[in-house]
Design a protein around this ligand. Sequence first.
Ligand SMILES: O=C(COP(=O)(O)O)[C@H](O)[C@H](O)COP(=O)(O)O
Length: 345
Amino acid sequence: MDGPESGVVPAVESTADDITAMRIRGAAAIADAAATALATQAERSTADSPAAFEQELRAAAATLYETRPTAVSLPNALRYVLRGMDGDTVAALRSSTITRAERFTRDLAQAQDRLGEIGSHRLQDGDTVLTHCHSTDALACVEAALEAGKELEAIVKETRPRKQGHITARQLREWDVPVTLIADNAARRYLDRTDHVLVGADSIAADGSVINKIGTSGLAVNARERGVPVMVAAQTIKLHPDTMTGHTVEIEMRSERELLSDEERAAIIGDATDGDADAKTKPTGDVDQAPVTDSGLTVENPAFDVTPPRYVDAIVTERGQFPPESIVTLMRELFGEPTDDPWES
Ligand SMILES: O=C(COP(=O)(O)O)[C@H](O)[C@H](O)COP(=O)(O)O
């Protein structure tokens, strides 16, 4: 149930919209926004019984959960906050939920600082890092290295189609790091000048596979061939508990319009009079699904890919750095055996 009858407050709907439209993006920022939205739901709820309050919070969590499928930090954040919802009255439930959400956002920021410090030890004075997409966890390592007085340079992949590399470049320039911005296709050539490939993650699977922005896996394979170490900066909130029981991580497919305008589509299929993609798209009920076309042209736009553990040298978390193959030990320690999601009851 969605909409006013579910009791979900407009602020939660608006956060969900922002995540779907990628005005809020990146796994850590999504988790932070989701936890904050649950606190807002708790604060503004008009539920008149504990059961109604809990039901509203579950509905709000479900609304947020439905936004984007790949970053596990989102369900991990929702689970964490809902499991802290405790009390026999609406007032007690409200205050425990808000306290828990606030603790989540505080811990998230602290974990990133700690991770940055740990990751910074891998970076030497004078090193050049090559980045892909925009990861606040990866940048935390750079920031901590700079604070320790090291000088770094960066080669920044543009990261098509949405060019998140520009956000990375802007942040690095604010820190006065010399930046060379390159097209994604140029990455292999620039590995000769690179000391570390440094990326973030949306999810880490139990076998140590890294799920991150599309293009990460190709970059990692090329880096291995060139002998350049690949460092993944990922707080433990990125560890995907369901993968311990064999579940795979869903890769988000985004709209074809991120790759192709209506005019470009019309030019390719040679029908300039019929440039409206919708007219050529069998409805899938979801704009983010790759559309099925009747023009013989299918556009697919996966947002993430899977890098096998053998191409990753280290996963840096706030709990230390790990070879990818041993990350499952940390997952067991942190999550135990997975249980049902609270918003599905
Ligand atoms: O792949 C992306 C963002 O993809 P998108 O732009 O599609 O959300 C980032 O590398 C991870 O989310 C980690 O980011 P952070 O370290 O900030 O959590």
